[in-house]
Design a protein around this ligand. Structure first.
Ligand SMILES: [Zn+2]
Length: 215
């Protein structure tokens, strides 16, 4: 297997950040989505685009796009790799500008970059050494425009009680409208914030031990 190249993954992170915050309905979001689709296609993966409409907790109608890219799409055994490519419109931890969007270098971009680098490495694997599984890179959208009880206690969550969680709107849409139809994986790995200082992917107890929390 060709080696995972950290510099390459970093470059994919920087490229996403250079678009600006990838907040749904903004031009930077659209441009980055096009870049991701083109990049995954350039690696020879079969790419499916799943556009969807959703309403956020603060009443904004957004156009989202889930991007599903399949390596060896005909393989029966499949592994799913998930990351979200949108960025949060609110910098909750910023004392002065908590309602400003953030770059999302770690929260979003670094995970997408990790998936892109895995796709690049897989695409370079010689056919006679290809793994006997397919790999699906599922980049979900509109994950981080959710209601934060601690920083947004003054803002009403209009989705409360609706049956739709305010977070992970793209994941919820994909789960209800699977692409590819009838999709099943043996297992999945969800990446997020892997580029943060001290970030990582502990083998065990991720939810309990990850110092970076959710997202
Ligand atoms: Zn996140």
């Amino acid at each position: 297997m060709p080696a995972f190249n950290a510099d390459s993954a970093y470059a994919y992170t920087a490229k996403q950040v250079a678009f600006g915050p990838r907040v749904p309905n903004k031009p930077a979001h659209t441009a980055c989505g096009k870049y991701l689709v083109a990049k995954l296609k350039s690696f020879g993966l079969a790419v499916h685009e799943q556009p969807f409409q959703a309403m956020t907790f603060d009443g904004v109608q957004i156009s989202g796009l889930n991007i599903i890219a399949q390596y060896q799409p005909t393989a029966a055994r499949r592994i799913a790799l998930f990351a979200h490519w949108d960025t949060r419109p609110f910098a909750d931890a910023d004392k002065q500008h908590k309602n400003a969007p953030m770059d999302g270098a770690s929260d979003g971009a670094s995970a997408v970059a990790t998936a892109l680098e895995i796709a690049r490495v897989l695409s370079q694997q010689p056919a006679n050494l290809a793994p006997n599984v397919g790999v699906d890179i599922i980049l979900v959208d509109a994950e981080d425009w959710g209601h934060d009880d601690t920083t947004q206690a003054d803002v009403k969550n209009q989705l409360a009680g609706s049956g739709t969680d305010s977070w992970c709107l793209g994941s919820q849409y994909w789960a209800k409208h699977l692409v590819p139809a009838g999709y099943k994986a043996e297992y999945g790995i969800l990446f997020d914030m892997v580029g943060a200082k001290g970030g990582g992917l502990p083998a065990k107890g991720l939810a309990e031990k990850c110092p970076l929390g959710g997202g």
